[in-house]
Design a binder for this molecule. Sequence first.
Ligand code: MLT
Length: 231
Amino acid sequence: MKIKVNFLPVELSGEVDLAVVVDVLRATSTIVTALHAGASRVMPVETVEEAFATKRREPRVLLAGERGGHMIPRFDLGNSPLDFTEELVRGREIVMTTTNGTPAALRSKGAGKIVAASFLNLARVIEEIGNEPGLVAIQCAGSGGQFSMEDVLLAGAAASVFEDRLLDDASRAAVFLFRSANVPLDRFLVDHCEHAKKLSSIGYFEDVAFCAKINMYDLLPVWRENGFVRG
Ligand code: MLT
């Protein structure tokens, strides 16, 4: 097995065996939470129009996502993991569109297998990477094409348990970063990560605090056909 970390979003070719998609704030944390609350599938789509078109074809789906951090008008849910309660999502398919996280998942479709990673399900992500004999790419979603520290921190947390000979230099850099971050993680995110500062400033500090929790859920979202299901 070999692990590489893509700090910036890249289109994956089929040469990657396992793509680990990371958008800690907040898309992959929300996908993990939605499946834990009983959603049957989370289907990422690129555009708001695509989401509405799916709803016209399949009226029972819930629409979720954000633009500028806020819920999209006429959607059922935003991108706050805390809003994905059992009462709302149990047994439902969710169509999701976000600024960076869902495009990162869609760009990973060339990989042999795709999973979604967050601090909430870190142990399951590490287990999955450990079981992969081939090439693993940890796909950081970033923000607007730029490096996002919270995603690289998660990549470092996942890579830190593997032997150095299995890592590329980007993975090693992520591990150094993760080891130098001080706990508590929610404070670190708000103090040092641009997107956490932005989310806090527009009223979503609770989401940041939630997404910084480690191993809340023993669950791995795995891509099947057109979206993530409980693996
Ligand atoms: C994204 O996909 O860009 C993020 O999940 C944005 C957010 O914090 O909602």
